[in-house]
Design a protein around this ligand. Structure first.
Ligand code: FE2
Ligand code: FE2
Length: 170
């Protein structure tokens, strides 16, 4: 096997966290769909698919490295929310938590001198920067809309979630 057993175990745990994040986003997407907020709903369904892709990326990596994939039990996500802001705050907290988990994986790979995994994890570090930033942006949009969530939904249709309109040219 190309990478240490300890790293494989930690990645298997991370696969669980990514699927768990995916389920949480499906639950939030369904909540917003029920509340007749189609853009917010679509945004979270898209995030759910992305988290599933993250899990698959880790699964493929373990297989490529010659390890064994063991998917852990996933807890039920939170499905009811008093307010939109609570659902988005939960999502932001989740992204910050996942960032800490990815940092911990890098730290483990570093102590194990596992440079292949350190290199593999670079993509996830960049992805977390993007996801924390865009979720923070969405939280501000929802907070600014206050009780009028249709405003937030319309804003998402017009502008979308972006920390900046576009990446500055090189
Ligand atoms: Fe993720
Ligand atoms: Fe994420």
């Amino acid at each position: 096997m190309l990478i240490p057993e300890k790293v494989v175990s930690a990645i298997n745990e991370q696969i669980g966290y990514e699927f768990s994040a995916s389920l949480q986003y499906y639950a939030i997407g369904a909540h917003f769909a029920t509340e007749a907020l189609p853009q917010l709903s679509a945004h979270f369904f898209k995030q759910a698919e992305e988290e599933k892709d993250h899990a698959l990326r880790f699964i493929k990596y373990v297989v490529d490295a010659g390890g064994r994939v063991v998917i852990p039990a996933i807890e039920a996500p939170q499905s009811t929310f008093q307010a939109a802001e609570g659902a988005v705050q939960l999502s932001l907290d989740q992204e910050v938590k996942v960032t800490r988990q990815i940092n911990a994986l890098v730290e483990l790979a570093r102590t194990e001198n596992d440079y292949i995994t350190i290199n593999f994890l670079q993509w996830f570090l960049a992805e977390q920067l993007e996801e924390v930033s865009s979720m923070d942006n969405l939280l501000k949009i929802v907070q600014r809309a206050g009780d009028d969530l249709l405003k937030a939904d319309e804003y998402l249709a017009r502008v979308g979630v972006r920390s900046m309109p576009q990446t500055p040219a090189e």
